[in-house]
Design a protein around this ligand. Structure first.
Ligand code: NAP
Length: 247
């Protein structure tokens, strides 16, 4: 696993937005960020799940989070702008954004990719990342040191048969990360992409239903890289694809 031992409260006084915060990796990252002192803005489409994460964070005595219910499939660019303005009004700045929510679509031969699946995957995995990044950069610029973190995949820099729209959306996500990282190289914003590697979540179970779950990482296992990339210890890391499970 990624070797990083965070100091207690390494994220104190930081406000961090997490998309897809109600389940899987996003849920665990939200709880970890709060544990290390951050105020977490929980964005997701299923309010009951976000409320469960909220309750867990508050019960543990961590800083009270905020909830943003938003379905990234239907959300407009204006919805993201409004959210970013609210973040600036309420918190004054944003120190981190983990753009984590994604959908798998369907694993199918390229010739059989349905237009609707293509459109949905591109909307959630790519267009929404663009709207989010563009809307959030002004809030991130108000922090002395901020981290914009996209989420990629093992198929995000090497194409794989049958992973069509998902794989292609992750390639584009890595491209967006590199463009932003280059443009903001001399600024207080750093921009990277994290590759979680095989991790036991609903998405992984959908892609590999017959897999022995005990042989892959848990969401807990991969958290050191997620915390590192939000902490000031990574402030000089920019434009990188980081493996949460280096080989
Ligand atoms: P997951 O368990 O399926 O969780 C995805 C999260 O995204 C859920 O909270 C889900 O909300 C949310 N989401 C999906 N569509 C949304 C929408 N339209 N609007 C708002 N939120 C939406 O997946 P995961 O495995 O944790 O994946 C997290 C990230 O890691 C993804 O970017 C994925 O591509 C990447 N990744 C995962 C693995 C792995 O092995 N798990 C490997 C490589 C990359 P609901 O709970 O409401 O459905």
């Amino acid at each position: 696993m990624f070797d990083y031992q965070p100091s207690e409260q390494c994220l104190a006084n930081k406000t961090i937005l997490v998309t897809g915060a109600g389940d899987g990796i996003g849920k665990q990252a939200s709880i970890h960020y709060a544990k290390y002192g951050a105020t977490v803005i929980l964005l997701g489409r299923t309010v009951a799940k976000l409320e469960q994460v909220y309750d867990e964070i508050v019960a543990a005595g961590h800083p009270e989070p905020a909830i943003v219910p938003l379905d990234m499939k239907g959300a407009t660019q204006q919805n993201y702008q409004d959210m970013a303005n609210t973040i600036i009004d309420q918190f004054g700045k944003l120190d981190g954004a983990l753009l984590n929510a994604s959908i798998l679509g369907e694993l199918t031969p390229f010739a059989n990719i349905a237009k609707q699946i293509w459109d949905d995957v591109m909307q959630v995995n790519l267009n929404a990342q663009f709207y989010l990044a563009q809307a959030l950069i002004p809030a991130l610029q108000k922090s002395a040191s901020s981290s914009l973190l996209f989420t990629t995949s093992g198929v995000g820099n090497k194409g794989r048969a049958y992973w069509g729209p998902y794989s292609i959306s992750k390639f584009a996500t890595e491209g967006m990360m590199q463009v932003i990282a280059d443009e903001y190289d001399d600024s207080s914003i750093r921009c990277n992409a994290i590759n979680p590697g095989a991790t036991d979540t609903k998405m992984r179970q959908t892609a590999f239903p017959a897999e022995d779950k005990t042989k892959i990482a848990t969401v807990e296992d991969i958290m050191p890289a997620y915390v590192y990339l939000m902490s000031d210890d990574s402030k000089d890391v920019n434009g990188q694809r980081i493996d949460a499970q280096p080989k």
